[in-house]
Design a protein around this ligand. Structure first.
Ligand SMILES: O=C(O)CCC(=O)C(=O)O
Ligand SMILES: [Fe+2]
Length: 356
């Protein structure tokens, strides 16, 4: 039997009392530009550009002008930013609080308990408790541990690998998945209308209710003694169609806008929504897959709940929608399955790392 690779947990490093982080966590000079303590970055960012905040309850209005305004705000945010805060989403605050509490209680467990859920990336078992493995020669690591599992559709989830503690984890997470799935349809509808397409178009293209997968990743970012040298999550775009992010009200998320890193504000009762690569491809680049990263800080543990809405790996062909392609707007992307897209992206990254 193959032995599991030993993976150091960032949590145990952080709690060991070190005041200097190991070299694998120190980002290269080129990437350290404007890295820093997330709490200070948030304070400094008050006067700069801000990620749009959109009340999607407007879309339920009786008044057509109000609905149109909602579509326009979503379209503009997806085109110009590739990210937005949505409020008025309708998921009960009490359910979101329970979800946050469940995730926190799991991560509060002793390390040996969490290790019982350890994933094994070398054998393709990616669900479970994990930390980033170095995937390039420079051995670069990120300042976070995580828990990853499929959350929806329910008939494809494997509940046996979900946290069994706290006891309500499964119930709360299932309930949240159902609620978020409704919000997701609403976002797809808004984004379709924003392109002048029928409301149902994008979700149907993405695979519809049966085939869109919701993948949950709980990111756990321990306190970091040298936040200006490390990142929680390195700069990347998500491969999903859309990603939804909740957090424990500790700042850390930054998005790249107009040539600069913008620190996301903690907007009460909001969910951050990212456009990912898959949607960028479908829309022939009209909606932008946003480049983003996660900063860490010295004082507070940050936890975020990222839910990725992904197409089936093989069943759906990602390609610019014919309706959005013309002589003036030739296709910018080659057709590919989601699995091919993920592989190509990884390959490109490895090549870039090797060239450094
Ligand atoms: O923690 C965050 O706010 C962002 C996490 C993220 O970008 C990811 O998990 O893909
Ligand atoms: Fe991300």
């Amino acid at each position: 039997m193959a032995t599991k690779v030993f993976v150091p947990r960032v949590e145990s490093l952080a709690s060991s009392g070190i005041d200097q982080i190991p070299t694998e966590y120190v980002r290269p000079e080129s990437e350290r530009d404007h890295l820093g303590d997330a709490l200070e970055a948030e304070k400094k960012s008050v006067n700069g550009p801000q990620i749009p905040i959109i009340d999607i309850k407007m879309f339920d209005s009786e008044d057509e002008a109000v609905r149109k305004q909602c579509v326009e705000e979503v379209r503009s945010a997806a085109v110009n930013w590739g990210v937005m805060h949505i409020v008025g989403h309708g998921i009960p605050a009490e359910l979101i609080d329970r979800l946050r509490e469940a995730g926190k209680r799991f991560f509060d467990l002793p390390l040996e308990e969490k290790e019982k859920y350890a994933n094994d990336q070398s054998s393709g078992m990616i669900q479970g408790y994990g930390s980033k493995l170095a995937n390039n020669a420079s051995g670069q690591l990120e300042w976070e541990d995580y828990f990853f599992h499929l959350m929806f559709p329910q008939n494809q989830t494997n509940l046996s690998i979900w946290p069994r503690y706290p006891p309500d984890y499964t119930e709360v997470t299932k309930e949240f998945a159902k609620e978020l799935r409704v919000v997701m349809t609403k976002m797809f509808n808004l984004l379709s209308l924003g392109l002048g397409l029928p409301a149902e178009k994008l979700e149907a293209e993405a695979g519809g209710m049966e085939n869109i997968l919701l993948q949950m990743k709980i990111n756990y970012y321990p306190k970091c003694p040298q936040p200006s040298l490390a990142v929680g999550v390195e700069a990347h775009t998500d491969v999903s169609h859309l990603s939804f992010i909740l957090h424990n009200n500790v700042p850390g998320l930054q998005v790249f806008y107009d040539g600069k890193w913008v620190t996301a504000k903690c907007v009460p009762d909001s969910i951050v929504v990212h456009v990912g690569d898959s949607l960028e491809i479908l829309t022939n680049g009209l909606y932008k897959s946003v480049l983003h990263r996660g900063l860490v800080n010295k004082e507070k543990v940050r936890i975020s709940w990222a839910v990725f809405a992904e197409p089936d790996k093989e069943k759906v062909l990602l390609r610019p929608l014919p309706e959005l392609v013309s002589d003036d707007a030739p296709p910018k992307y080659e057709p590919r399955t989601f699995a091919q897209h993920v592989r190509q992206k990884l390959f490109k990254k490895e090549q870039e790392a090797a060239a450094k």
